[in-house]
Design a protein around this ligand. Structure first.
Ligand code: PLP
Length: 452
């Protein structure tokens, strides 16, 4: 047992913070022994400060969730007011914060996705969406793409395609993976976006036929796959998946946990293709992640399945009032401050053109792709062979050096294998975005000179 006092003065010693972390905090997705976490002491807007009071421009939005930046006064105030009134009440009661949050979310979800089942985050949202699809259809298989991430709980990690599934896969009953469209590393030898779309849809139809349509409950897709590489699908692909789902009686689950709530320059990324899924899952940006919240938006047809038959699932903290108050403040601020429009502007006017220029200057940038404030830069050893600068599911000294060089100059970028993801808050100003891109440019120049 250690002392139990929580006086805030305790939090003012960053060295103690670090020592206690290394002694007691077991970090996710990591080998523990050699971890060296950065201590963050404070944050505001687009910036965080480390223990030496270095200011870092946050191009990560943490795990791509602080969509309105750090310490947004309106969200902080909403949480404080809710805490002063009613910290918590169980999911079975009606509560103003929960009702208003559901109403606001439903006012932005596409089509008839008007009923909101709340969860604590993205993985459990996907777990429940799959359970709803299975109960609704009476079928069990779930199809998902290899290059995807759907969460760290057992079922969500089984349908995940990326390497985080490998050590967690215990047979994955009912989970079948297929190739989504990704022109830069096409599984279909396609050379144009149209070819990639058509061949990916033909491939998916074959997978459905060979797995047996009568066994498939759902297809779950990130509308824009995020951690697996921000691969914006070709126009018409999601509409094609919608058609296949309709033809074979399959529930279409759109995972908008990362891409949703404005990140792609639309409220939901699936709107780029004008598609209405049967179930839509969300988390992260719904309340900028200030208090954990996720959920599933249900179509009327799926809602009707459970109108007179109990839905056999729920969570103690479902629709937690503090999280819902943060969601209400977030969505109202997004509406009033035209945040989604600003995200689209940043993509079209700042990130898109600047990253094209960067690719023209640095020949080890193999591909640049994205929309809104959702961009990936893929680094290669050779543009012709497209050999990645770090292996799939691995790292490399060059990538590590690039991250260090960026951080030394005051930029915190998000990195995965051979990619840098540029995913700052949607509230980032054009000036801040350009400053971050300049730092990336300098870091690329420095690492090229030293390492390659
Ligand atoms: N789905 C997608 C697309 C995600 O990006 C994530 C997390 O990064 C999840 C699901 C899992 O969400 P959570 O970590 O809140 O459980």
């Amino acid at each position: 047992m250690t002392e139990t006092t929580t006086h805030p003065a305790l939090y003012s010693d960053p060295h103690r913070t670090y020592e206690l972390d290394r002694a007691h905090v077991f970090h996710p997705w990591s080998a523990q022994a050699d971890l060296d976490p950065i201590v963050i002491t404070r944050a505001a807007g687009s910036y965080v400060w480390d223990r030496d009071d270095n200011r870092l421009l946050d191009f990560t939005s943490q795990l791509v969730y602080t969509n309105l930046g750090h310490q947004h006064p309106r969200i902080v105030q909403a949480i404080q007011e809710q805490a002063a009134t009613l910290c918590t009440i169980a999911p079975g009661y009606a509560n103003a914060a929960r009702s208003e949050a559901a109403h606001l979310i439903a006012s932005h979800t596409p089509g008839d996705l008007d009923r909101i089942f709340f969860t604590n985050g993205g993985a459990d949202a996907n777990e429940h969406a799959i359970r709803m699809a299975r109960l609704h259809t009476g079928k069990h298989k779930v199809l998902s793409t290899y290059r995807s991430y759907h969460g760290g709980t057992q079922l969500a990690v089984n349908v995940t395609g990326d390497p985080r599934r490998w050590p967690n896969d215990n047979g994955s009953t009912g989970s079948v993976h297929f190739f989504g469209p990704f022109l830069y590393r096409s599984a279909f030898n396609a050379t144009t976006e149209e070819e990639e779309r058509d061949r990916a849809l033909e491939h998916l139809e074959q997978v459905i036929a060979l797995e047996g349509p009568s066994t498939i409950a759902a297809i779950i897709l990130e509308s824009i796959p995020g951690t697996a590489g921000i691969m914006v699908p070709p126009a018409g692909y999601l509409a094609g998946v919608r058609e296949l789902c309709d033809r074979y009686g399959i529930v279409f689950i759109a995972d908008e946990v990362m891409a949703g709530f404005g990140r792609s320059g639309r409220w939901f990324a699936i709107e780029h293709d004008n598609v209405v899924p049967d179930l839509l899952t969300f988390a992260k940006g719904v309340n900028s992640g200030y208090v954990p919240l996720g959920g599933v938006a249900l179509s009327d047809a799926i809602y009707q399945t459970f109108a007179r038959r109990a839905y056999p699932g729920g969570l103690t903290y479902s629709g937690h009032p503090l999280a819902c108050a943060a969601a209400v403040a977030t969505i109202q601020a997004m509406q009033e401050d035209k945040i989604v429009e600003h995200a689209a502007f940043l993509g079209e006017e700042v990130f898109g053109p600047a990253l094209e220029q960067l690719a023209a200057k640095h020949d080890w940038i193999g591909d640049v792709r994205g929309t809104g404030v959702f961009w990936a830069v893929e680094l290669v050893r050779d543009r012709a062979t497209r050999e990645p600068l770090a292996p799939y599911a691995g790292s490399s000294p060059e990538m590590a050096a690039l991250l260090t060089a960026a951080r030394r100059r005051g930029l915190l970028p998000f990195s995965n294998f051979n990619r840098i993801h540029l995913v700052p808050p949607l509230t980032t100003t054009a000036q801040e975005a350009r400053a971050g891109l300049r730092i990336l440019d300098e870091a690329l120049t420095e690492v090229r000179a030293q390492w390659m």
